[in-house]
Design a binder for this molecule. Structure first.
Ligand code: C2O
Ligand code: CU
Length: 474
């Protein structure tokens, strides 16, 4: 860290970095190389998991679900559930084509699993309730699969999600491709929030209203820390791999004076980058963006979450401050953003596809006031399944009849949104399904037969059964 920073930042900057709460891990490279800058250096870095396997094409790691103290700001800790004692869990970094082997042990007093959100794993490795019996306290399980796609993914439990994920069980997976644009610095940005009780600890689930709208905590976290300061230089281009790990928060991110250039989404790169002043992220979402900094040396800027109304009282009514960008050091000429990302995304042909209607809705019990969240009229595990077939394109009209938005997530496959006006063609696994609207998606399943899930990624809605599955067969 010291050496890297010494090469990149003037002395004053190094002192600031040493004292700042910098959870975003950064490094910089003064010369362009063909290898990406090591993005995860820094005093408060996303620590990388230890790769135990000497084979350069195999990443073999231990992950342990453990109780630990989680320092959300200096001197302020909460009781947490973690992977390997840290929040976020250790970063898993690999190259496309690598095999990932995870020896998982559950040291919690409740069952859990690991789901590899966005990774195209075999069905048996998916960690969903369909894929495996939860790992019992004291038990273990070995996950093994090939990382077939470059991109930003994440891992989290698929058991008691509103509690386990709220308590800190999530981590990032970065899979690098062969030729990726090298920016001046790079980091992972995992966004989350917490609700603390009067005792200063993470509050237990709060009951009917929270079950309905989903938990949006007043404490904003970036890489598991409050009030993060991110060092940046004027002119610098930082690549941020963003993950929305929150329970129910929808982010509309903006930084006054900063332009974001979107390189990729859930399923990796777009064909061409595009510029925007605002990033929208539903729970589960990832975005790969370049932040172009234009502030004057010595100034600062705020990473904001802009107001958003997602229906039924959910959303952020006012602008929230998430982190501070501190401009220090000399201004610099930033790395060039390539005009093309070397990827072609062809629209999926829907000729001969199987078309289905999937209805997300809610039913309010007039006696109790409780809401039942449904897919096709039922709650998991009672939602009827259907068979999809290897190589045969599926087109789903996903309808939201309810009065609130739901983040739609499909396990195991990337889909395209059909007929989205203005949006560039992309591969997605988590996407906004607005209240009272329909989204048409298409995907062509490859040969990974088995049971696959799709659900709303608001964790309270997962818990209450807005979740379903289908069978992929020959
Ligand atoms: Cu993050 Cu079932 O998913
Ligand atoms: Cu939902």
């Amino acid at each position: 860290m010291a050496r890297t920073l010494a090469a990149c930042y003037p002395l004053r900057m190094r002192r600031v970095v040493a004292v700042a709460v910098v959870a975003l891990s950064l490094s910089c490279s003064s010369t362009k190389t063909t290898t990406p800058p090591d993005p995860f250096q820094g005093p408060l870095q996303l620590a990388k998991v230890t790769d135990l396997n000497p084979d350069p094409h195999v990443v073999e790691v231990n992950l342990e679900a453990t109780y630990a103290e989680w320092e959300i700001s200096p001197g302020q800790s909460v009781h947490a559930m973690t992977y390997n004692g840290s929040v976020p869990g250790p970063l898993i970094e690999a190259h496309v084509g690598d095999t990932l082997i995870v020896h998982f042990t559950n040291h919690l007093t409740e069952p859990t699993t690991i789901h590899w959100h966005g990774v195209r794993v075999p069905a048996a490795m998916d960690g969903s309730p369909m894929a495996q019996a939860p790992v019992q306290p004291g038990g273990s399980f070995a996950y093994q699969f090939t990382l077939t796609d470059a991109g930003t993914f994440w891992y989290h439990p698929h058991a008691d999600e509103p509690v386990q994920m709220e308590h800190g069980m999530y981590g990032a997976i970065v899979v690098r491709g062969d030729s990726e644009p090298v920016m001046d610095a790079e980091g992972v940005v995992m966004l989350d929030d917490l609700t603390l009780g009067p005792d200063g600890q993470i509050a237990s689930p709060a009951g009917a209203i929270e079950d309905h709208t989903g938990r949006e905590g007043a404490v904003s976290l970036l890489n598991g820390r409050m009030g993060v300061a991110i060092p940046i230089r004027s002119g610098q281009r930082q690549r941020w791999r963003l993950v929305n790990a929150g329970s129910a928060r929808f982010y509309r991110l903006a930084i006054p004076g900063v332009t974001f250039t979107v390189l990729g989404t859930d399923g990796g790169f777009l064909a061409q980058p595009y510029d925007t002043g605002e990033l929208f992220m539903v729970p589960g979402d990832r975005l790969d963006v370049v932040v172009t900094a234009t502030g004057a040396p010595g100034s600062s800027a705020t990473l904001q979450n802009l107001p958003y109304d997602r229906g039924h009282g959910g959303g952020s009514p006012t602008t929230m401050d998430l982190a501070t960008l501190t401009y220090d050091g000399e201004s610099m000429n930033g790395a060039a953003i390539p005009a093309s990302l070397g990827r072609t995304i062809d629209p999926i042909s829907t000729a001969g596809a199987t078309t289905r209607t999937i209805i997300f809705d809610e039913v309010i019990n007039p006696d109790t006031g409780d809401t039942t969240f449904t897919i096709n009229g039922k709650s998991y595990p009672d939602v009827p399944t259907f068979d999809a077939h290897v190589g045969r394109t599926e087109v789903w009209d996903v309808q939201n009849k309810s009065g609130m938005d739901h983040p739609f997530h499909l396990h195991g496959f990337f889909f395209q949104v059909i007929g989205a006006s203005g949006a560039p063609l992309s591969w997605e696994d988590s996407i906004q399904l607005k209240a009272k609207s329909t989204l048409r998606i298409a995907f062509t399943p490859d040969d990974r037969q088995g049971m696959w899930m799709y659900h709303c990624h608001i964790l309270e809605h997962v818990k209450s059964g807005m979740m379903a599955d289908f069978r992929l067969t020959k």
